[in-house]
Design a protein around this ligand. Structure first.
Ligand code: SF4
Length: 365
């Protein structure tokens, strides 16, 4: 929606700033984009309005009302700032917005506030979660996992359960935007964290991951009767989870759709530039120059991503269709959007000799 935001988080993908960027899509261009999404038909694509802070767009209610009129479901991901008022939340609900997500990056004020760069933001976020509940939203919490907060994940899960949050979406950091200065988790840590998240999904809330599609490999193994294969980090998190919440109370709640960057996901920046995902700075085109759907369906890179035409370990992996690796991390690490995801232990343990940095194919420049 915009790169404008009142916050300046350490890992921001959008490098958000206080004022809107130049050349953001106009209200009419936003409406036209929504009309195009409406032409997809069923199953309907879900439009997620993010930023920056999507509430910094003064036409947000107008656009949401238009989406409701043409039958496009909308979710919002606002920032927790004074702009998150009862009036705007009430309007969003009246225009059919069901799900709202907020970011919470630590189980303590010290961790979250340090990452968000604002003292008191942790308490404000907890209050905002209550506010969303009062307005009847399905509440999603987004957490970016990184070096500084990985040991707090069990306490985060306990907090999520206590707050009655419906969906916990865990982002695995990619070195992009401001995130280049923040410590990514290693492949071994990711394996432990995914095992832990599988356990955490057994307490009544849904767990999803972003830029960690190998979570589905781990979930499939557990569903097949496999035992958790995590190491010390997993054991610590798992024990803390049971200390806090007791024995699991519900069946595993994890999504099964095999989406990944460019497959079931497409990102349109505030300027109309189109990318396979928000963490993959490979511009595919611009919605001002032609249709988004045409681009999504026909772009050679997206077709290769959907056909799982990967090189290296991801290309040879039996889980390539189910998982396929984070294309964004493959790009960031190897320069090749079809390379292997070094955030996955299986990929790392595979033969990495073919994973030399490649130049970006001309077709996606
Ligand atoms: S090697 Fe690649 S495709 Fe296989 S599980 Fe790991 S990330 Fe997924």
């Amino acid at each position: 929606m915009t790169t404008a935001c009142g916050l300046a988080c350490r890992h921001c993908r959008a490098c958000a700033q206080l004022e809107p960027g130049a050349d953001e899509l106009s209200t009419d261009e936003g409406r036209a984009l929504i009309d195009e999404l409406a032409r997809v038909g069923r199953p309907r694509p879900i439009l997620i309005l993010t930023g920056g802070d999507c509430l910094k767009r003064s036409d947000i209610i107008e656009l949401v009302a238009h989406a409701e009129q043409v039958g496009v479901p909308v979710a919002v991901a606002p920032s927790v700032t004074p702009a998150l008022t009862d009036a705007v939340l009430g309007s969003l609900r009246r225009h059919g917005v069901k799900t709202a997500s907020l970011s919470l990056d630590g189980a303590t004020a010290a961790t979250h506030d340090a990452i968000r760069g604002i003292s008191g933001h942790f308490d404000a976020t907890l209050a905002a979660i209550g506010q969303l509940h009062r307005h009847g939203f399905v509440v999603q919490v987004n957490t970016t996992v990184m070096g500084p907060n990985q040991d707090e994940l069990a306490d985060m899960a306990i907090l999520i359960e206590t707050l009655g949050v419906a969906i916990w979406e865990v982002f695995f950091l990619i070195s992009t935007g401001r995130g280049v200065d923040v410590q990514e988790t290693t492949a071994a840590e990711n394996e432990d964290i995914c095992e832990f998240l599988t356990d955490a999904s057994c307490y009544g809330f849904t767990v999803r991951t972003v830029e960690a599609p190998f979570f589905r490999r781990i979930v499939a193994a557990r569903r097949g009767g496999g035992r958790p294969r995590g190491g010390a980090l997993y054991r610590r998190l798992s024990e803390r989870l049971r200390d806090g919440l007791g024995e699991p109370t519900a069946p595993m709640r994890v999504p099964s759709a095999a989406t990944r960057d460019g497959k079931g996901i497409i990102f349109v920046a505030s300027t109309g530039d189109v990318y396979p995902s928000g963490f993959m700075p490979l511009r595919l085109g611009n919605v001002r120059d032609g249709g988004l759907l045409e681009l999504y369906r026909q772009h050679p890179l997206l077709q290769s991503i959907r056909a799982a035409e990967f090189s290296g370990p991801c290309g040879r992996c039996p889980h390539a269709q189910l998982c396929g690796g984070s294309r964004a991390r493959a790009l960031a690490a190897t320069g090749n959007p079809l390379g292997s995801d070094p955030g996955c232990l299986v990929a790392l343990e595979g033969d990495s000799r073919s994973e030399r940095p490649l130049s970006v194919p001309a077709v996606v420049r």
